[in-house]
Each structure stands twice: as structure tokens, then as C-alpha cells.
Design a protein around this ligand. Structure first.
Ligand SMILES: NC(=O)c1ccc[n+]([C@@H]2O[C@H](COP(=O)([O-])OP(=O)(O)OC[C@H]3O[C@@H](n4cnc5c(N)ncnc54)[C@H](OP(=O)(O)O)[C@@H]3O)[C@@H](O)[C@H]2O)c1
Length: 337
């Protein structure tokens, strides 16, 4: 038996995907409490973040990777409830947040210890649950893959999303200029408040022309794109010489046609990644970088998750409805109690 497991109930409430479909397929179920294996810890979940990939999983178009829980939920916060073998850093009762491979929408979740971080100083559980998925994703894609440097310009599409609000704040905190796109004036205003130098309402303004205008004709050094489709060709236009374009989703389509002479003329790099299927070692390396470089900024609230709405665990379907309505700004979180 894992250390601490004797005090844990055998059963828990979790939100399962009863069948692929709309928000109402998210239903409370009684499940066995997971038992942590070597290198894993069990978290008594207090709050769980909602992410767009959860919506995709619910619809049946983003299946969990092999070995991951079938329950939705890519991030959680709570207390360490039990330890598997080979854990030295954590103790039962520690307040933590974690990237979960699935299974965050539940009273208990088991995670690899390398994906666990302490609660940022002064954070509530609902705030901490809003951090892991977005901060791991932005850190890797903007700073490691995109190699954004101080003084450069980052273009963030979907600036009011969980990912976008994180990218705006982190890029500004590390000295970059930020230009962002969003679908309404209210969303643009929120992005400017977070530190964006320019926010483009893409429904009213051509983002390529606006980015050129904002950068004295040079273009963006790094572009974080979750749209794809016709944005691929337009990103090549909006990028600076030696620009890096990082694809993290393709909400407007995964197939695109583009003029590659732009890529050659500007010596562009177009890359991308998906966090969930990566190894536990890879995630542990990001966690270490975040703890060293970003946790101090969270502790002083120089950067912080933008909290949209909080729903009780059993009303996860309402949280998904809110995300799909598309009016949210920042993070939607489940209070697990
Ligand atoms: N690759 C990875 O490892 C990884 C990890 C996590 C998340 N993601 C992806 O990152 C994206 C953001 O995730 P999230 O959880 O932060 O979701 P979210 O808060 O729901 O954000 C989605 C955003 O996309 C924008 N959007 C949607 N369709 C669009 C379109 N056709 N054109 C332009 N903008 C569009 C929306 O803004 P407007 O209302 O302004 O259009 C919205 O702000 C998702 O696509 C998700 O799958 C990728």
C-alpha cells in the first residue's frame, strides 16, 4: 500500500464522459480512488482547471494517450494525500498543483511527481488549479521552442484565452513587446490591461497590417498560433525576418495552403507541439524551469491567472457550456470542495 493510502476512502466522485457529445454527457460517477505507483503521488483535489482540449476530448476527437485516465482534467490543485514509492520531495498534506495526464475532474487524482509544483505563495486552490496547463504550454512553446527574447515582439492569437492571457503576461514580464488578436473589444481591452502593447479585434481589423504597423514594418519575431487554417499564410506575412511561428492548435483547420517563398525569403521557422503526450521526464524539466523562473513572479503577482468563472465539480457541464459559448476571458475552474 502507498504511504498515506490507509486514510483514503476506496471510492470517490468523478466527472466522466458518458459518451462523446455535448456538455451534458459530463456526468458524476462513483469511481475507485486511484492508487499511486512508484514515482507517483495521489492528490486530494480541491480545484481543477478547464481547458479547451477537455472539450475536444468530450466530443470524442482528442482521446487520452495510452495509460492515461479516461476522465477529463489536465490540471488540478489540492493536498498530497498519499505517496507512491521513490518519492523524496513531497509529504502527505503538502499543498500542491499539478499537470495531470487526465483525471483532474475528480476528488482524487494520481500524477507523476515530476509534474507537481508547490502552490504559488498566497494562492487559493482555485487560482492554483488555473496555472499548470497554460504555464507549461506557454513556457515551452513561447520561450523554449519560440526562443522569445527581451526586446522582441510576440504576436499571440486568441489573447483572451487561458493560453493567451498567460502568454501576454509572461512575455511582458520577460521584457518582450506583445501584440495580440481577440474577437471583441471587451476581450481586446482585457488583453491591454494584462500588458499587451496592442490588441487587434480581428473581426474588424486585418491583423497582418496591424502587426506591421505596431512593429515599424518589421513584423513579429515570435507568433503563438492556436488558429491555423488561413492564419498559416497570414502568419508568414506578419512574421519578422528570422521569425519563429509556433503552432499549438488548428481551430480553423489543420490543412492549409501557403506560399513557401515567404518562408525562404524571411528564413522563418514554423514549429509546433502538443504537451499531453510528452514524457514525464520532459514535463519534469518544464516544471523545474517554471519553479525557478516563473513561481517567484506568481508569488508577487507580477503574473497571475485571469479567473473567469468557478463552477462546482458536479456542474462541470456548465463550465464546458461557458467555454463553448466563447464569452469567457481567462480561466474557468471547477471547485471540487
Ligand atoms: N499544443 C498544446 O500543448 C496545447 C495545450 C493547451 C491548449 N492548447 C490549445 O490552445 C488553445 C487555447 O486553449 P485554452 O484552454 O486557453 O482555450 P480557450 O480559453 O477556450 O481559448 C480558445 C480561444 O481561441 C479563440 N478562437 C477560437 N476559434 C478561433 C478562430 N477560428 N479564430 C481565432 N480565434 C479563435 C477564441 O478567442 P476569440 O473569441 O477571440 O476568437 C478563444 O479565446 C486551444 O486551441 C487548445 O486546444 C494547446
Amino acid at each position: 500500500m502507498a504511504s498515506g493510502q490507509d486514510r483514503i476512502p476506496a471510492k470517490m466522485t468523478a466527472i466522466a464522459i458518458s459518451e462523446p457529445g455535448g456538455p451534458r454527457v459530463l456526468k458524476p460517477e462513483t469511481r475507485d480512488v486511484p492508487v499511486p505507483g512508484p514515482g507517483e503521488i495521489l492528490i486530494r483535489v480541491r480545484a481543477a482547471g478547464i481547458n479547451r482540449p477537455d472539450v475536444q476530448q468530450r466530443k470524442g476527437v482528442y482521446p487520452p494517450p495510452p495509460g492515461a485516465s479516461d476522465l477529463p482534467g489536465l490540471e488540478a490543485s489540492g493536498e498530497v494525500a498519499a505517496l507512491g514509492d521513490e518519492i523524496s520531495r513531497w509529504r502527505v498534506g503538502d499543498r500542491v498543483c499539478a499537470l495531470t495526464p487526465g483525471g483532474g475532474y475528480a476528488e482524487y487524482a494520481k500524477v507523476h511527481a515530476g509534474s507537481v509544483l508547490p502552490l504559488p505563495a498566497g494562492f487559493t486552490h482555485t487560482e492554483a488549479a488555473a496555472v499548470p496547463e497554460n504555464y507549461f504550454t506557454v513556457w515551452h512553446n513561447v520561450f523554449e521552442r519560440g526562443a522569445l527574447k527581451s526586446g522582441e515582439t510576440l504576436l499571440v492569437h486568441g489573447g483572451s484565452s487561458g493560453i493567451g492571457t498567460t502568454a501576454i503576461q509572461l512575455a511582458s514580464a520577460f521584457g518582450a513587446h506583445v501584440v495580440t488578436t481577440a474577437g471583441s473589444q471587451e476581450k481586446c481591452d482585457a488583453c491591454l490591461k494584462l500588458g499587451a502593447d496592442r490588441a487587434i479585434n480581428y473581426r474588424e481589423e486585418d491583423f497582418v497590417a496591424a502587426v506591421k504597423d505596431a512593429t515599424g514594418g518589421k513584423g513579429a519575431n515570435v507568433i503563438l498560433d492556436m488558429v491555423g487554417g488561413d492564419y498559416v499564410a497570414r502568419n508568414y506575412e506578419a512574421a519578422a525576418v528570422e521569425g519563429r511561428i509556433v503552432q499549438i492548435a488548428t481551430q480553423s483547420g489543420a490543412v492549409a495552403s501557403t506560399d513557401f517563398s515567404k518562408m525562404m525569403a524571411k528564413r522563418l521557422t514554423h514549429t509546433g507541439s502538443m504537451l499531453r503526450p510528452r514524457t514525464v521526464e520532459f514535463k519534469a524539466a518544464i516544471a523545474a524551469a517554471l519553479e525557478a523562473q516563473v513561481w517567484p513572479l506568481l508569488g508577487t503577482r507580477k503574473v497571475a491567472p485571469v479567473m473567469d468563472m468557478i463552477f462546482p465539480l458536479k456542474e462541470a457541464w456548465r463550465a464546458h457550456e461557458r467555454m463553448e459559448d466563447g464569452d469567457h476571458i481567462g480561466k474557468i475552474v471547477l471547485d471540487v470542495g
